[in-house]
Design a protein around this ligand. Structure first.
Ligand code: TYD
Length: 221
């Protein structure tokens, strides 16, 4: 272990070419990504892969405790941002990096693009501060591929109205989710090669076919 590993918890000396994959799913609340995460996880397991299914905020006991606070306690946008990055740091250190180092396929429900979309777009928090925190916490780690489930917030709201009692994000109005959606689109424009957009307004079967096509194109289905 180098000093830098001790300082960051990440391993800069990891062998290159380890065949791990890091795939994230994103989208506004009500976009309907969960069943497709389930399907992809099942598919990867059936192919005999070492799969780590996880989520953000969350994925470790500490990060899950922070998730409870972020989703349910009133707080200002800076506190919210620091808590999601604190959760992310713990999650990367204890779960994601070790999994990728051993060659596992990591499937994560949301990651930093959600921070840019929700805290940056939705809350209007300073994007340059988010970029600084991203650099500190991730040390260059980014998903290999991010699927963005894109849907009109009006459609997403209809889907959510049938769901359980809303958390602090689900309770936001249409204008908030318009800004979150725009936040995702801006983030995609910055590094388009990492993203695939899924038209999440379609039926579940049609959405499943889009997900399959994106993964199959990379040989990851
Ligand atoms: P979500 O992933 O939608 O889980 P569930 O399907 O159980 O509701 O909920 C997580 C919420 O947290 C979602 O509304 C987006 C929000 N969030 C942020 O605001 N910033 C972040 O960085 C992350 C990862 C999530």
């Amino acid at each position: 272990m180098t000093d830098s590993t001790l300082a960051t918890g990440l391993n800069p000396d990891a062998p290159a070419g380890v065949p791990g994959r890091f795939v994230t799913f994103e989208g506004i609340d009500g976009a309907g990504k969960t069943s497709h995460l389930d399907e992809l996880e099942k598919r990867w397991r059936a192919a005999g892969r070492d799969v780590v299914r996880t989520r953000e905020p969350g994925g470790t006991p500490l990060a899950e405790s922070l998730r409870e606070l972020v989703l349910h306690q009133p707080m200002d946008p800076l506190t919210e941002t620091l808590l999601v990055f604190a959760a992310r740091r713990d999650h990367l250190h204890h779960v994601i990096e070790p999994a990728l180092q051993r060659g596992a396929w990591v499937l994560c429900d949301r990651f930093t693009d959600a921070t840019f979309a929700y805290q940056g777009g939705g809350r209007g928090f300073d994007l340059s501060v988010l970029s600084t925190l991203e650099t500190w916490v991730q040390q260059g780690r980014q998903p290999d591929l991010t699927l963005v489930f894109d849907v009109d917030p009006a459609i997403a709201a209809q889907r959510l109205s049938a769901a359980r009692s809303p958390d602090r994000f689900e309770a936001q109005d249409r204008a908030f989710f318009e800004r979150v959606r725009a936040g995702y689109l801006a983030r995609m424009q910055a590094t388009p090669a990492r993203f695939a957009v899924i038209d999440a307004a379609r039926t579940p079967d049609e959405v499943a076919l889009q997900v399959e096509a994106v993964m199959a194109q990379r040989g990851w289905w």
